[in-house]
Every structure is written in structure tokens, then in C-alpha cells.
Design a protein around this ligand. Sequence first.
Ligand code: AMP
Ligand code: GLY
Length: 423
Amino acid sequence: MLNILIVGSGGREHALAWKIKQSSKVNQLFIAPGNAGTSVLGENIPVGVSDFEGLKKVVLEKQVDLVVVGPEVPLVEGLHDFFIADEELKNIRVVGPQKHGAMLEGSKDFSKEFMERHNIPTAKYKSVTRDKLEEGIAFLKTMQAPYVLKADGLAAGKGVLIIDNLPEAEASLKEMLDGQFGAASSKVVIEEFLSGVELSVFVITDGKAYQILPEAKDYKRIGEGDTGLNTGGMGAISPVPFADEAFMKKIEDRIIKPTVNGLQKEGIPYNGFIFFGLIKVDGEPYVIEYNVRMGDPETEAVMLRVKSDFVDLLIAAADGTMAEQSIEIDDRSAVTVMLVSGGYPGSYENGKVMTGFDQCENSILFHAGTKQAESDIVTAGGRVIAVSSYGPSMKKALDQSYVNAEKINFEGKYYRKDLGFDL
Ligand code: AMP
Ligand code: GLY
């Protein structure tokens, strides 16, 4: 029996907590800092994800055996390395890569070079720093519109610009290098634009063997028909109809295996999740990006389809015994529909009282941005609730989520009613 600490506070962490809680191997579950939803499954502890000393105190006081890190920021900042370097923490299992492996997400330039070394299909690119602006502009001139510019470092999901014409691309490149995204854009990756349909594929790995989790497709734009501004994600579906066996095999052979083998060959330890952000172009898969964590909101659909004891997989990722594991997947569809605050992804107000939870049946309500305020649950973020459902088909699962999306009320509530429209 293990005491488990989940680090993070979103819908992803609530979904992880929900799945972990189903395991017979869990003694106590803690979430730092968690949200109103996770407080029902375990004990929320008000410590931030980047407060390493605070997390250390929690682990020692609560006798935590295993830590699951939800978001990328603490991984890129070296939370796992901090545990390894600490006499009292070095034997605690951590699921989430060390700093070196986390660079797959923390530095786009690192990830592009890694893919190049291991022949992993991805868009053509060039990385430039401020002193190489002219080379960057020359490279842009060899490309065709639209132009893709990416801040090298973490930029809270905002560091990718897709620009229609060359003069604007040149101006944006200069702005980025001049600090538009702070240090994150002191280096910029200029990429060839790939046109196709995207999907998210996840593995859990110990750095040698891996298990493939259910794939998903998320809907990033705020508006129906995939229009308007990018968001953290307005919903997700799993499985992805176009990801048939043959396509998944290409992904495994050309992308997953070379990635895990590449990490191993380069001596980069990796215990955790790899999220492959992929795009299908003329029937072939390419990597758009790596993330070193699970997706949000994909996790709020993916966890529904994992039948295996998830704690066994977490232990195997930490202990290096993934080769002995297998994974059982539910063949039903699972979807999640995100209810968001009015105004999101622009400015919005928090603190709206929420009602209707007790009216909802046959969905799982994962809290993304909520807070307990005395006897009320109130909104506390742009993305508020992920309404997740099973169904015999994607359509039926979506219908179920939409019934409950109607029943939850808070001022300014918005959600997309067209998920799956493109499939
Ligand atoms: P990222 O922040 O890396 O996930 O990028 C955000 C979004 O930009 C991706 O989900 C894609 O829709 C798009 N994108 C990134 N790179 C490319 C590319 N090379 N070609 C086309 N679209 C891209
Ligand atoms: N849903 C995309 C992400 O988690 O980055």
C-alpha cells in the first residue's frame, strides 16, 4: 500500500487522482495544491508545484512513497533531480523525467536536434539566436507561407506563432528574439508548416520499455469549427477514428521506438510520460512537439479508457520494470467537454457560484479551475469543468457529456457544442 502525491491542480490532475484512487494499492492520496474536485478523492495540500522545499515537507510528513508530477514546469525546473540529490528523498519514486529528459519539452531546439539525430520525422527547421537574425530571415525566405515561429523555451502554451506573410514573419522573428516571450524566445525555432490533422499519443515509460496509452484528439480553438483563439483545450475524444492499427504501427515504429531508444542510447534517464503531439500529413505521422507530461484535457478522456491498475504502471515507470507490464484498454469511446469561463482565453472573472452538480448522471465531472468557498463551489480559472463520458461511439459519448454540460450552471459558462465535427 502506497501513499501517493499528485503535483498539480487542473483537470488532468483530477483525472489522474480519479484513476489512481481506483487502485487497491493506494493507502493515502495527496494532491498539491489540487482543486475542489480532488479534495473529494484525497487530501489537498496548499503547496505550489514549484515549491520544492514545500513538497519535500509534504513527502516527509505524509510518508509519501510515490510522486506523480502533472505539469511540465516543475519537471523542467528539476523537481525530480532535486529528489535524487536529497538524502531524505532520494529513494522516493518520482514519475516525471529529470531535467535532461524534460528538455524534450523545455527546449524546442533540443527536441528538434534530438529528432534529427534519431531520424524521427518532423518539420524542417532552423534555430536562431539574436546574433543570427539575418540567417533566420534568409531561412524564412527559403520557406513558403504560412511561417511557423516557436519560442525555444516554455511559454505557457503561447510561444508558437503561425504567420501568413513574409514581412510579418520577419518582424515577428525579430520581436521574439528581442524578448517577446522573455528568455523563452532568446532562441527561436523556425519551422516548415505542416498541413494535416493532429492527434496526441501518450506512452508511460521507464526509459527502456513503454506502454502505449489510448490516443486522443484535442480541440484547441475557442470557437466552433476550430476558429478563434487557441486555448488550453476545449475538449478531447478517444479513440481517434483515423488512428487505425496501420497508422498507429507507423507511429510506434518511426516515432515511439526511436524516441525511447534514443533517450536510452544518449544516456538520458526517463521515468514518466511522453506526449507525442503528432500530425498526419499525406498518411504519414510527423512530430509537431514532445511534451513530458500527460495532455490536458486529453487525460480527462484517456484515463477513462485505461482498464489496468494505473498504480502498477506508475510503479513500473519509476522502478524500471515496465517490460513486465501490459496495459488493458476499454474499447468504448471516451470524451471530455470543457466548460470555460466567459471571456476565456482572454480575461474573465473568477468566483462565479456553480450549481447543478447533483443533477448530473452518467458523466464524470473533472474539476479544472474550481475552488471551495465556504459551502459553494466557485469558478477559479478559465477552464472550469471537464465533463467526461463513455459511450458505445464518440457521438453517443458526446451526447452524454452535452446533456450534463447543460445542467451545470455558472454565470458566463461557455463550451463548444461541435466536438468531433471534423471526424
Ligand atoms: P505547440 O505549442 O508546439 O503545441 O504548437 C501549437 C500548435 O501550433 C500545434 O498544436 C499545431 O496546431 C500548430 N503547429 C505547431 N507547429 C506546426 C507546424 N510545423 N506546422 C503546422 N502547425 C504547427
Ligand atoms: N492538450 C494539449 C496539451 O496538454 O498541451
